[in-house]
Design a binder for this molecule. Sequence first.
Ligand code: IMP
Ligand code: MG
Length: 179
Amino acid sequence: MNKTSYVIDEMISAKTIAARIEVLATGIKARFADTDKLVVIGLLRGSFVFIADLVRELDLPVEVDFLEVSSYGDGMQSTREVRILKDLRGEIAGRDVLVVEDIVDTGHTLANVVKYLRARGPRRLETIALLDKPSRREVEIKASWTGFEIPDEFVVGYGIDYAQRNRNLPYIGSVRFTG
Ligand code: IMP
Ligand code: MG
């Protein structure tokens, strides 16, 4: 009971993702070419595969940290401060920072995270999202770099879950409910 069945259609292959990350990394390396240290912050949990592949393409002095925030179920709480479930371990004051997100959907999560991190006084703060669903946006925000713009479909894989499942798929797939 309460069992929802679905199939997953491949939307973006592992090969396509890898090729795109090489291009994105080139832009990031150019932007932060002069950095003494780049703090790459992955938003848990969805970004864990993306950040792992991305940092291995960054030929820069990199430190990796993670932040976990609660995401809102509806847009009514858009003015609410972000709730921190797991905070950074390191300091980012005066540092170069790159925030790594899996998907920008309504935009509330990334907007709140940027606000939260800016308050800690980083020197430069840029953002990267693997996926962007621009048609779903409720707050005006765009990541500095975006992997792929996708239509308003529910996706899984490459770190991204549906009810905590399917994060281990090597590709991005679109969920099609069948019953
Ligand atoms: P936003 O605050 O609406 O931009 O939400 C972004 C977060 O919602 C992402 O970090 C994901 O965790 C989650 N999310 C948005 N779209 C999807 C999806 O298609 N599949 C799985 N999670 C999603
Ligand atoms: Mg997320």
